[in-house]
Design a protein around this ligand. Sequence first.
Ligand SMILES: [Zn+2]
Length: 139
Amino acid sequence: MFSVARDFSFSYGHRLYRYEGKCRRLHGHNAEVRVEILVDSLNEQGMALDFVDLKAIVGTWIDETLDHRVFLAKDDPLAEILTAAGEPVFLFDENPTAERLAKMIYEYVEARGFKVGQVEFWETKNCRATYRRTAEEEK
Ligand SMILES: [Zn+2]
């Protein structure tokens, strides 16, 4: 089993609706994301995968879908206001935390046919959330 990883970065705004801490206010982050892919065997070039392919698939999606967007819970009243103002808002069923962003990215990459080991998501250089499947969830 080989593990390879590629890092991505993007900027976003968000707020945590109905949260008592300072993250209830609209603010932004420069996120760093590390996507780990697991591969059983190497290809003819001796690679687990081509990082160019991972960048093309995942990096393009991040750039076009997540970068410079505002992430909000779907019941956050700010969503309607920003949408009316022409801002591209990305809605989550619940608050857009680093944990949920890590899981969303994991599921996107998995749906593209990769076996994902884990997705690490740095909201700041000191704060990171990781999503991976437990053996129980794999079943
Ligand atoms: Zn935040």
